[in-house]
Ligand binder design. Structure first.
Ligand code: GRG
Length: 295
């Protein structure tokens, strides 16, 4: 199987599972379920849930045992995008190629849709015990997601990102923002796959280093796409980082150096998981895909 087929097959599993974990659009109060579904099924790449599956599969766990966790990380990711787009945050009109949640449903419902997705994520993750994972592994996965999403993870990164707007480019600060705002959830995805797949200590350490490297590379490429990307592929406005004077990798290091760092990070990530053997081929291929992506 090549990467395109792997991504398509795992995306299909994730789409089908996601369909079942959120209430149907007509469920009362229907406006909130419509708003949650509007953003959740807007055509995201599903990279984070696929990373859960690929990491678990790399340590010998079947994909269907990891689907609740895969859904949980996508629910949480979608909440972060809805809140990130709000007028009080990045104030963006487009996401995933369509109007942002608050543009369609208003700010109050968008905030609540994000809250509901975030809350649902933990309930869905707890369902890992029902599909055969041990209570210990499930608890470890819940803890992992909570830490990654909180004030010393994604929320912390978002706070520093907002506070740094308009400031002078500082390497240490941009590294903090990227490793937390984006990197912490990506790291958690591969670790959750490993924890639920009962990875050995060495396997978990390798997955962790892999997650940290691709997480940083992913946000560096996101910064580059904001400069060089096209709406057709990215589904969001380009040039917005410069307009908001965001602290980005290219602002600190320039375009060429940023691309070089991203390449070095994914090369290192791919060799870190080499040791896991043939089952880790999707992880290696995903690392390279991260720097080549257009969306
Ligand atoms: C707690 C009020 C409150 C807000 C928090 C946590 C947060 C807001 C925002 C998170 C920061 C954030 C959105 C980081 C960007 C990460 C990123 C690169 C997102 C785009 O990911 P892709 O390209 O998107 O995987 P798709 O649409 O494919 O899923």
């Amino acid at each position: 199987m090549d990467l395109a087929n792997y991504l398509a097959s795992r995306r299909k599993l994730v789409e089908e599972a996601l369909e079942k974990v959120v209430p149907p659009p007509g469920a009362f109060p229907s406006i909130i379920h419509e708003a949650m579904r509007y953003s959740l099924f807007a055509g995201g790449k599903r990279l984070r849930p696929i990373l859960v599956l690929a990491a678990g599969e790399a340590v010998g766990c079947p994909a269907d045992k990891l689907l609740p966790a895969a859904c949980a990380v996508e629910l949480l990711h979608t909440y972060s995008l809805i809140h990130d787009d709000l007028p009080s945050m990045d104030n963006d009109d487009y996401r995933r190629g369509r109007l942002t949640c608050h543009k369609v449903y208003g700010e109050a419902i968008a905030i609540l849709a994000g809250d509901a997705l975030l809350t649902a994520a933990f309930g869905v993750l707890a369902e890992e015990v029902q599909v055969g994972c041990s209570p210990e592994a499930t608890l470890a996965a819940i803890r992992e997601l909570a830490l990654a999403a909180g004030s010393q993870g994604l929320v912390g990164g978002q706070v520093v990102d907002l506070l740094s707007e308009g400031g002078s480019p500082e390497a240490e600060l941009v590294e903090y923002i990227h490793r937390h705002k984006t990197g912490s959830l990506i790291r958690a995805c591969v670790r959750i796959g490993g924890l639920l797949g009962e990875a050995t200590q060495d396997e978990l350490e390798r997955l962790t280093r892999y997650g940290e490297d691709i997480g940083l590379a992913f946000q560096i490429i996101d910064d580059l796409l904001d400069i060089e990307g096209e709406f057709y592929y990215t589904g969001k406005a380009t040039g917005s980082d410069a307009k908001k004077q965001k602290l980005t990798y290219p602002a600190c290091f320039g375009i060429e150096k940023s691309r070089q760092v991203a390449r070095e990070l994914v090369d290192r990530a791919a060799s870190t998981v080499e040791e896991l053997g043939e089952k880790a081929w999707p992880l290696k291929a995903i690392a390279h895909y991260i720097v080549e992506r257009k969306s």
